[in-house]
Design a protein around this ligand. Structure first.
Ligand SMILES: Cc1cc2nc3c(=O)[nH]c(=O)nc-3n(C[C@H](O)[C@H](O)[C@H](O)COP(=O)(O)OP(=O)(O)OC[C@H]3O[C@@H](n4cnc5c(N)ncnc54)[C@H](O)[C@@H]3O)c2cc1C
Length: 727
């Protein structure tokens, strides 16, 4: 064990982690532009946004003037401009995924509807940003950028319109009901398109000046599908539709709009060519939304992380003050000072919420950083991306590079892009799925720790609202099934798995150096996951049906879930190591660092134990669940008991040994019976898995003690007198 961690064990967490800590953990300690952005967004979140929520603005789904005033606050604080390039009126150079993630985090700390409202504008621009023509980019970015020098300038707002009324687009994005036809094609001139599109649940509809809409050709002179840009002044119908009667995210505007408009063909996102008299859009709607969502889903994931972490302070305050003021506790007494924190379960559960919040933030920000690295690589990709090589060939070379066999490929943009892309393709759906899905469940835990208060509008930190809102984050931009479906494909990429094997080796080394982090349990769980994936890929079920295949969501989806637990814990441990490494360089942290490191180490251990438990449960049920037990038809289940310690079982459940022995006698008499070989695992040929499972359970050693220590730290940590935003 490193000395730093050993010494830190004696220390407790002094105060809740502040910006200094977050900047190191999430790697923006050297980015002053992002630090300023965080401060600026925080002022809006804990000011105007919090005041609106406290004043009950969430009680209506109408877009009120009060809610509308937030847009101006976003413009003035820089929230609106985060997405744009400096030349377009923005202020952040280079890739902006981390910047957008931090923006979402700060806003969702108070209200994720506000975060969604601001980010939906970026979502509307994203198709143009990712795949638009240079002219489209310049035109729309310039219109949407606020102009601080000109207070009368009203930036344009946008909406992204993919989802359609049932039975069309939802999870299945290919079922397009929106249509595009040629209304007019003057000789030698630009075609005019007739676009009919109805939207369902479209954010920003209440005020959008333009919409990026997905449509399908209904004309033999247009090929396939595309996205088109619609403007409110276009001739025809631009009907904002009825407001969605939402239960959540009330600080954003959501409606079911109807569009029936004539627009020039130059509004096709990315442009088009004309081949044999047919308009061929450069990008299908599918290609565009893939490029868009893989980035924007990360920011959604971060919203739920913010909620979990924002719950810690209000819950601690509520617990500590729960028994003050009565006659039963006098100042200075444990009951007065600690209140509900005297009850182990209350603090243990809050530790679980905190650990999940840290892990999910670590995963989400890690994903945002990967996209920041990926963006310039993507833009630098030579035309015809893989230069005539098949994806398989590129994967092969990239794996050879990772194995140290082709060092010269370190400068090859295609190979470097492919390596990072395979990770991004996993991290994005993983954080969207786990942060929001598991996050929504953990938000319920946080709410429950506030008792009845938790489900009232008065709950400090708006925890009840946040719990409900988390379910929307799990749903929009593709519900959990979409993320699981994507993961079940991307996580089997050999290039990703080659890196995953490296990660297991790294985690083993970390376990040697920092056993207190739970890295050992994590490495064992990662190994078990990999073993299970490989087993399922080559095995059939008891009826001879292939186990790992697209249609078999009962197999692929749980395995995708299991991977998310591993990735989240891994990110959390890597962030802790960063804090330990970089923390000493910050004099403001010097005194508090040992306590912080000790506490974060325990949180990692708590989370890895939970992750290992989940992974063990999921893998076992997949590995065993699709076998048929050979004894059931002949001997029944109790036959398995013959291999167990009957005396120990008898002391626990009197009479059980004789039941089991009865079967054992039958088996003894029949020398050929497979149960003679031992427990179920033997005859299923799964003893290797069973050994992994036993090892994994052993790796949980000490995790309960870490839980205790973290819980104790919660009883000692200093918190401010009052929350810094209104209740
Ligand atoms: C407040 C709000 C704001 C929104 N904002 C926007 C916006 O700005 N722009 C926009 O385009 N859309 C927006 N949406 C729509 C949102 O993205 C969709 O609701 C979401 O993608 C799910 O589509 P659906 O509701 O049609 O669910 P469905 O397609 O009906 O699916 C319902 C459920 O069925 C299951 N399921 C469906 N398909 C599969 C499958 N293949 N495999 C396994 N299970 C499956 C899943 O459990 C899924 O959650 C918003 C929605 C809300 C509620």
């Amino acid at each position: 064990m490193s000395t730093a961690v050993a010494e830190a064990k004696a220390e407790y967490l002094r105060a809740l982690p502040g910006d200094d800590v977050r900047q190191i953990l999430w790697r923006f300690a050297d980015r002053f532009d992002l630090q300023l952005l965080v401060q600026s967004v925080r002022a809006v979140a804990r000011g105007p946004v919090a005041r609106l929520v406290a004043a009950g603005a969430r009680n209506t789904h109408e877009w009120t003037p009060e809610k509308d005033s937030l847009l101006k606050a976003f413009d003035e604080s820089g929230v609106t401009g985060v997405f744009m390039e400096p030349a377009q009126g923005g202020f952040i150079e280079g890739p902006k995924n981390l910047a957008l993630a931090l923006t979402a985090f700060e806003l969702a700390w108070v209200d994720a509807g506000a975060a969604t409202g601001s980010l939906a504008g970026c979502l509307a621009l994203s198709p143009i940003h990712e795949r638009g023509t240079p002219e489209q980019r310049d035109y729309y970015m310039a219109r949407c950028a606020p102009d601080p020098a000109n207070p009368d300038h009203k930036p344009w707002r946008g909406a992204f319109c993919l989802t359609e009324p049932i039975p069309y687009v939802g999870v299945e994005t290919g079922l397009l009901g929106g249509k595009v036809r040629i209304a007019d094609w003057p000789e030698g001139g630009e075609p005019v398109l007739h676009v009919e599109k109805r939207g369902r649940f479209i954010t920003n509809s209440g005020f959008a000046n333009f919409v990026t809409a997905a449509v399908e050709s209904d004309d033999p002179r247009i090929k396939g599908t595309c996205m088109v840009i619609l403007e409110e002044a276009d001739p025809g119908v631009f009907d904002r539709g009825t407001p969605t009667r939402k239960l959540v995210h009330q600080l954003s505007s959501t409606r079911d709009p109807i569009f029936n408009l004539k627009v020039p063909a130059s509004r096709i996102v990315g442009g088009y060519s004309i081949v044999d008299g047919v308009i061929v859009p450069k990008y299908s709607h599918g290609e565009i939304i893939e490029a868009v969502f893989r980035r924007t889903r990360v920011t959604v994931a971060i919203m739920t992380s913010a909620k979990l972490l924002s719950a810690i302070e209000p819950v601690i305050r509520y617990h500590r003050s729960r028994f003050r003021g009565g006659t039963i506790a006098s100042p200075g007494s444990p009951r007065y000072e600690l209140g509900l924190q005297l009850k182990e379960d209350a603090v243990h559960r809050l530790v679980d919420v905190w650990a999940a919040g840290e892990a999910s933030a670590s995963l989400g920000f890690a994903a945002a950083r990967v996209f920041d690295q990926l963006d310039p690589l993507e833009r630098a990709l030579p035309a015809g991306a893989f230069r005539g090589k098949s994806r398989r060939q590129v994967e092969k070379e990239a794996i050879a590079f990772l194995h140290g066999q082709r060092p010269e490929l370190s400068e090859d943009p295609v190979i470097q892009y492919a390596i990072l892309d395979s990770v991004a393709n996993v991290l994005c759906p993983a954080c969207k799925l786990w942060n929001t899905g598991h996050g929504a469940q953990m938000m319920r835990e946080a709410v429950s720790l506030m008792g009845g208060y938790g489900i009232t509008e008065d709950c400090p930190g708006f925890l009840g609202h946040k719990w409900m809102d988390a379910q929307l984050e799990a749903t929009y931009e593709g519900p959990e099934a979409v993320q699981r479906r994507q993961l079940s494909v991307t996580m089997t990429s050999e290039l990703f798995l080659a890196q995953f094997r490296d990660w297991i080796r790294d985690m083993r080394s970390i376990a040697n150096e920092r056993p207190g982090t739970g890295a050992c349990a994590l490495a064992s769980a990662m190994q078990m996951w990999l073993w299970t994936l490989q087993h399922l890929l080559k095995t059939t079920d008891a009826d001879g049906q292939k186990l790992y295949q697209g249609a078999r969501q009962g197999v692929t989806f749980p395995l995708a879930d299991a991977l998310c637990w591993l990735l989240a814990s891994r990110s959390q441990i890597l962030d802790l190591l960063e804090l330990e490494k970089q923390g000493p360089a910050n004099p403001a942290l010097a005194e508090a660092l040992p306590g912080l490191v000790a506490f974060f180490t325990d949180l990692c251990h708590v989370e890895t134990a939970r992750a290992a438990g989940e992974v063990g449960r999921i893998c076992s049920s997949l590995v065993f669940g699709y076998n048929r037990h050979p004894a059931w038809d002949t001997e029944g289940c109790a036959a398995c008991y013959q291999s167990q310690d009957l005396e120990a079982m008898e002391s626990l459940i009197p009479g059980i040994a004789s039941v089991a022995r009865g079967y054992a006698d039958v088996i003894e008499a029949d020398g050929s019976h497979p149960l003679k070989a031992g427990p179920c695992v033997r005859f299923a040929g799964l003893d290797q898995f069973a050994r992994l499972r036993v090892r994994l359970d052993g790796c949980l050693t000490g995790s309960g003690l870490a839980h205790d220590r973290a819980a104790e730290a919660l009883t000692k940590v200093m918190i401010p007198e009052a929350l810094d935003y209104p209740a």
